[in-house]
Design a binder for this molecule. Structure first.
Ligand code: PEP
Ligand code: MG
Length: 906
């Protein structure tokens, strides 16, 4: 491994790396390099590559050869630029060690600040700054952070509840403050801080059995090692699982000269977004704190000041903005904001520090945003000619679009709801759920399908799994840039932070406001877009009326090649699907009319048909059923006017339709004119050991051709009647669960006869129809050339195809899927996202096989995966004609199809 370049320097208008090197330098390192090259005021430093992190773990948690030397050389370069020396008694340089992965993982990995302060360097820094208090404040911060991150967490020490070193030191500081009657950390005097530092070091020795290191170089290597190790820390690993970030990316380590926002009243630190990350408004948006270090803003322990007028809200309106207090510096920052947007063509999230009136840029990265903001910014930036159409389409992820289609609190219902608190609108949309106070409870409740709102004093990175599981998050503390807000916004999760009027007692499980106590289990509602908290359940509604959304979807359609249809089985769903932009129905499951609303009568007829013992009985039941089937088909064809509708012949799980209740059986017996005992006997005869591979799909139409015939007649007659009335219907008849071309041929013979009879009955031009098959059995995929000879189209039934390819029962996978995912034996649930390696291979064989016989063979997919973005991209690449998914996923599939086309260059 020797000889690799592991260290890249930046600063002084010059960088070895660039913004394009995110994989190697991590997001933070690459952007620091880019900003430095743009001539922005970046404190000089260097980045240790992600490759070093990967090699470090390969190397048994040891730094690879060459790193030490490269770090020393880079450090010498920084010393030269700064005119200071690391570890020097007279003119000491201090540095920070920060993590920075390829994609941002806010708060999930570690940072150590003020590295290089020791008994040797302290006097020099005091002499240089003339500010003893500042130096000891920096020292106590270093001790607190370093002991926590480097000496405890990185060593894998898991302290007992409340015994973590950071907690102990915090408690000591609070105790001193209370004893002296101080309200803020800034009240601590030099003497207090000196005393605290001494006590801290003793406590560290007692708790961790090691001295706090008093050597700058030892601190630096400790900091670097801890950042590397934090890649495999518990919270980082959990966050990667949720976000699907691969474990083998590694983090970079950024070592950068310290600039101080806590040097007094002309120093400050802040975080800003070049546009509003919640709404997307083109307004510079940020928060800052005078006399503070970065951690103070993110930790949410002090309410930050607004950056400017546009950032004022209920919580901070009494505080002075930077625009008011330091107009010159604000102007400079505003110019940097414009430079960055023009350079990156995107909204950025920036961190800055002002040290004694001088502005420094510490970080910039593409900012996380809500779905609403993503959409609004994409369309605004397109209008501003900052980006082109394709970029605009790529700017909204399928998950963000999904978020836009999610409910908000109904404004009318909100008017009469009981407002109990206000906080900051940190994550969009509405959430209604039961209060929980702990992450584990949220996870448990979500597993049971219950909606919960997680209520916390403030969230911390350990809470990510609970935050993910909850419908909404509510905290009493924290600002718009606190880590909770960043994480939720990235996920598009409804979130309110900093609702300061709430008194939360997580241990007792209570939330008190205005003298009223709310307990765990009580329902509350959140409006995350406004920051309002309501008692009880407030009605929710759809949020997709934004005109920019319509415009965006038009653009999306311009760039996609893949068609998008819906799986719908009744006129209502068909209408919804059409409104969402479906270009037809790809799967009408006839059996769905026997479930739910208004299904009693057709279900009764179906039961009679299933339990018939003689052809006469069956014929009678089939005739009865005909009218119901035809009615639903006609309604759906009407709703889809002019668009193709694929009707799948019955594929019912027969046994599920046989009633078990005595009364229902009695009623059936009466209708069939048989005894109750006969019903039991016939039901027994229908029992199957393995119904998924039993008497289903086309097999039913092979045994009872009259059932297929009835459906074919219903479809063709409904279409003929509508065509006679001036409609244009394009029915497609789809045969399910086939494994051999002979099955299709058998069904087609029935269809040809029925079609001729219908044509004769209706004196209109014969109905134009297509007949095709589902490909959902591996044999059908392998023999696709033969199947295609008999079919006008294929539709992949990837639910069954996945079941039969893996041999995983689609109804029973829940018992073991979790283990497969946890043990990383499978990367994802194959029933949600197509398994491209196996099922995908069969699809590929089938597409090629089918089109070798019929080059223009229409091919689609109608399994659940048809609405999932990665699967849609796969379908695009396979050259499918369309995907079909549930109506609410139609817009997501349209977007995923456009993005796939753009990514693949069409
Ligand atoms: C399939 O198997 O993918 C399919 C769409 O059919 P069903 O889910 O009804 O079996
Ligand atoms: Mg199926």
């Amino acid at each position: 491994m020797a000889g690799k370049k592991y260290v890249y320097s930046f600063g002084g208008g010059n960088s070895e790396g660039s913004g394009a090197m995110k994989e190697l330098l991590g997001g933070k390192g690459a952007n620091l390099a880019e900003m430095a090259s743009l001539g922005l005021p970046v404190p000089p430093g260097f980045t240790i590559t992600t490759e070093c992190c990967v090699d470090y773990f390969k190397n048994g948690s040891k730094l690879p050869a060459g790193v030490e030397k490269q770090v020393k050389t880079a450090l010498a370069g920084v010393e030269k630029q700064m005119g200071m020396k690391f570890g020097d008694a007279k003119n000491p340089l201090l540095v920070s060690c920060r993590s920075g992965a390829r994609s941002s993982m806010p708060g999930m990995m570690e940072t150590v600040l003020n590295v290089g302060l020791s008994t040797k360097t302290i006097p020099g820094l005091i002499a240089k700054t003339g500010n003893e208090r500042f130096v000891y404040d920096a020292y106590r911060r270093l001790i607190m952070m370093y002991s926590d991150v480097v000496m405890e967490k990185a060593e894998g020490i898991e302290p007992a509840e409340g015994k973590a070193i950071r907690k102990q030191l915090d408690a000591m500081m609070e105790e001193l403050k209370a004893k002296k009657g101080y309200t803020s950390d800034t009240d601590l005097t030099v003497e207090d801080l000196k005393l605290l530092c001494d006590k801290f070091k003793k406590q560290i020795k007692t708790t961790l059995n090691r001295e706090f290191p008093d050597d700058a170089m030892e601190q630096l290597w400790g900091g670097i090692g801890a950042v590397l190790k934090s890649w495999n820390g518990k919270k980082a690993v959990s966050y990667r699982r949720i976000e699907g970030i691969p474990d083998d990316w590694g983090t970079a380590v950024n070592v950068q000269s310290m600039v101080f926002g806590n040097m007094g009243d002309t120093s400050a630190t802040g975080v800003a977004f070049t546009r509003d990350p919640a709404t997307g408004d083109n307004k510079f948006y940020g928060e800052w704190l005078i006399n503070a270090q970065g951690e103070d803003v993110v930790a949410g322990t002090r309410t930050p000041n607004p950056l400017n007028q546009d950032t004022c809200n209920e919580q901070n309106k009494h505080l002075k903005s930077m625009e008011e207090l330091y107009p010159e510096l604000y102007r400079q920052l505003f110019d940097i904001r414009n430079t960055l947007e023009q350079h990156y063509h995107d909204m950025l999230d920036i961190e800055f520090t002002i040290q004694e009136g001088r502005l420094y840029m510490l970080q910039c990265r593409v900012g996380k945003r809500t779905g609403t903001a993503a959409l609004n910014m994409a369309m605004d930036m397109l209008k501003e000619k900052l980006i082109d159409e394709k970029t605009a389409v790529m700017r909204v992820s399928p998950a963000q679009l999904d978020e836009l289609l999610h409910p908000i609190l109904d404004p009318k219902a909100e008017k009469s709801a009981q407002l109990i608190a206000r906080g900051l609108p940190a994550g969009p949309g509405g959430a209604v759920g039961r209060i929980v106070f702990h992450s584990e409870e949220a996870v448990k409740a979500a597993a049971k399908g219950e909606a919960v709102v997680m209520v916390r004093e403030e969230t911390n990175p350990e809470d990510v799994e609970g935050m993910r599981a909850a419908t909404g998050i509510l905290t009493a503390r924290g600002g718009m840039t606190s880590h909770a807000a960043l994480v939720c916004r990235g996920w598009g999760k409804c979130c309110i932070v900093g609702a300061g009027c709430l008194e939360i007692n997580e241990v007792a499980g209570t939330m008190k406001v205005d003298g009223k106590v709310y307990r765990a289990g009580e329902i509350i509602s959140l409006n995350g877009t406004r920051g309002y908290v309501y008692a009880g359940a407030v009605a929710t509604m759809d949020s997709s009326e934004n005109p920019k959304l319509q415009h965006f979807m038009k653009l999306v359609d311009k760039y996609r090649r893949l068609g998008v249809r819906a799986n719908a089985d009744n006129p209502e769903d068909a209408k919804i699907a059409r409104n969402f932009g479906a270009e037809g129905i790809g799967l009408f499951r006839t059996e769905h009319m026997f479930y739910g609303k208004n299904s009693e009568k057709p279900l009764f007829a179906l039961r009679k048909m299933i339990l018939s013992a003689t052809p006469e009985e069956r014929q009678k039941a089939v005739k009865e059923l005909f009218h119901f089937v035809k009615k639903d088909i006609k309604g759906t064809l009407t709703a889809m006017q002019g668009l193709p509708v694929t009707f799948r012949l019955l594929d019912p799980p027969l046994h599920e339709f046989v009633p078990s209740a005595r009364e229902a059986r009695q009623e059936l017996a009466k209708a069939l004119g048989i005894k109750l005992i006969d019903i039991a006997r016939r039901a027994e005869g229908l029992h199957e050991t393995n119904p998924m591979m039993g008497h289903r799909g086309v097999r039913l139409g092979i045994t009872y051709p009259e059932i297929s015939e009835m459906q074919m007649r219903a479809i063709l007659e409904a279409a003929a009647e509508l065509n006679r009335d001036g409609h244009t219907c394009k029915p497609e008849i789809m045969i399910p669960v086939t494994c051999d071309a002979s099955e299709i041929k058998f069904q087609k013979e029935i269809l040809a006869r029925v079609a001729a009879e219908v044509a004769k009955k209706f004196k209109v031009p014969a109905v134009e129809y297509k007949v095709g098959t589902m490909i959902e059995i591996p044999r059908a995929a392998l023999l696709a050339d033969q199947m295609a000879a008999e079919a006008d189209f294929f539709s992949f039934g990837t639910n069954d195809l996945t079941q039969m390819t893996f041999g995983f029962s689609r109804d029973d996978i829940g018992a073991f899927l979790g283990d497969y995912l946890d043990k990383k034996l499978l990367a994802a649930d194959p029933f949600q996202t197509i398994d491209q390696a196996g099922v995908g291979k069969l699809i590929d064989i089938a597409v090629k096989g089918g089109r070798s016989v019929k080059p223009k063979l229409k091919v689609g997919i109608c399994g659940e995966q048809g609405g999932e973005a990665k699967s849609v991209e796969f379908c695009h690449k396979e050259g499918l004609d369309y995907v079909s998914c549930s109506p609410y996923r139609v817009p997501i599939a349209r977007l995923a199809a456009a993005q796939a086309a753009i990514r693949c260059g069409k």
